[in-house]
Design a protein around this ligand. Structure first.
Ligand code: ADP
Ligand code: MG
Length: 431
């Protein structure tokens, strides 16, 4: 028998009741993360909340615990949570179910790609909390199988994506169906100004919590970049994998086509690799994620959308095979490693046209990313000999941005061109 003194006291201090403390003990959550400390008390007090914290810091329990605790087991559906992808919906509801294990509360997940009949049946079993993707949720609402008009809690997980142009109308329609008074909680790793403005339409006097800024990339992630020609990337990747021998690694590509091609090549080279992107059938995606989660695959080649928010513990390496155009995506990606105190490695491939992207990332994380020493790597010989030296790089056309430091004092960020980052003159000549 466990005694009450074994229960995680720091969660009790936030106002969490014993029936949830028991679940937390079983889940081995000994103390709350920063976002949980900041979010649980105002959520229990009934405030609308806009919460920002980096990926992997426990946002699910931050909104899940207070909402579950406020649900009445004797009443019907009282809470909905919308998530942008099936995988995320499944992951969130899995966590909520574990949190609710001793609370006599029923959580149901609805998402596309699975039989309507199965989910209809589950909805018929009077859930207290429904987690789902917007499309499938609307589908059930239109069929009259799901009535959310009286829910008292609405959550948008990964709100930056949920209020992105593609989902915006669905979200508006879904939330407008809630007619009674309700508490709204929106969370994300990144929240742009536009999304912040939009999200306020759905909240009243929200408490804004942002624990992402000062630690936007953690010290535990060892970040480096390598300059490389596009045509040399897959060879470089094989060498990096050979050197690092990562136990659990995600290689990010910017497009589905690239992910597919690269996974094929690595597979042919005999690596234990699988791909995950939007072109794969739902079943297949689930199978791949399951293998990866159980660490049966060393290398997962992924696109951002397919891997978004996916929670796999102990990811040792993130490799940005393509640097993302949007620096916030970089943060999302590398946030998947070094979770909950582990260490992680992030290596980014940068072609000579992508100096600006790299600089943008450095400005966002407010830190310089050092070049990785790949002196053993021989770039492929130039296809044609360029006699003339290239013309000098045009002057930067964008203004030197000002970055806020943690202390609030603005510093000038010097945009770098990758020209200056190419070490060997040999490479510069052939470019
Ligand atoms: P986020 O939504 O912020 O990306 P998640 O809610 O998915 O993060 O949590 C990431 C992982 O950390 C999950 O495996 C979750 O079970 C675990 N976790 C969350 N809170 C804690 C905690 N207080 N202590 C230990 N592990 C936690
Ligand atoms: Mg999450």
């Amino acid at each position: 028998m466990h005694r009450h003194s074994d229960l995680p006291k720091a969660f009790a201090d936030l106002g969490i009741e014993v029936r949830f403390l028991k679940a937390l003990r079983k889940m081995e959550f000994s103390k709350p993360s920063e976002i949980q400390v900041r979010m649980i008390p105002p959520a229990l007090d009934g405030h609308d909340i806009l919460g920002q914290a980096r990926t992997g810091t426990g946002k699910t329990a931050a909104f899940g615990l207070p909402i579950l605790q406020k649900l009445d087991p004797a009443r019907r559906l009282q809470a909905i949570c919308l998530a942008p992808t099936r995988e995320l919906a499944v992951q969130v509801s899995g966590e909520l179910k574990r949190l609710a294990e001793f609370a006599n509360l029923h959580v149901v997940t609805v998402y596309g790609g699975q039989k309507i009949a199965t989910q209809l049946h589950q909805l018929g079993r009077k859930p207290h909390f429904v987690v789902g993707t917007p499309g499938r949720l609307m589908d059930f609402m239109r069929r009259g199988a799901l009535d959310i008009s009286n829910v008292r809690f609405a959550v948008l997980d990964e709100v930056d994506r949920m209020l992105d142009i593609g989902f915006r109308d669905d979200i508006r329609e879904i939330l407008s169906r809630i007619t009674g008074a309700h508490q709204t909680i929106l969370v994300s790793a990144t929240i742009s100004d536009e999304i912040r403005r939009l999200s306020k339409k759905y909240m009243s006097e929200p408490v804004e919590i942002d624990v992402s800024r000062d630690k936007i990339t953690v010290d535990e992630v060892d970040q480096t970049y390598v300059t490389v020609e596009s045509c040399d990337k897959s060879r470089l990747l094989r060498m990096v994998l050979e050197q690092e021998r990562p136990p659990v690694c995600i290689v990010f590509c910017n497009t589905k086509a690239m992910a597919r091609k690269l996974a094929g090549r690595l597979h042919d080279a005999g690596l234990n690799v699988k791909e995950i992107h939007g072109d794969l059938m739902q079943r297949k995606r689930e199978r791949v994620m399951d293998l990866f989660r159980r660490h049966k695959i060393n290398v997962l080649v992924a696109t951002d959308l397919a891997a978004r928010g996916i929670d796999v513990s102990k990811i040792s390496h993130i490799i940005n095979y393509d640097i993302p155009a949007d620096p916030e995506i970089y943060v999302h990606r590398i946030g998947r490693t070094a979770r909950m105190g582990e260490r992680g490695t992030a290596i980014t491939f940068v072609t000579r046209d992508e100096g600006k992207e790299l600089t943008n990332v450095e400005m966002l994380i407010n830190r310089e990313i050092p070049a990785r020493d790949m002196s053993g790597f021989k770039p492929s010989p130039p296809r044609e000999q360029v006699k003339e030296p290239p013309p000098p790089a045009p002057p930067s056309r964008y203004e030197t941005p000002v970055v806020e430091t943690a202390a609030g004092a603005p510093i000038k960020a010097q945009p770098k061109t990758l020209g200056s980052r190419f070490r060997t003159s040999r490479r510069r000549r052939r470019l």
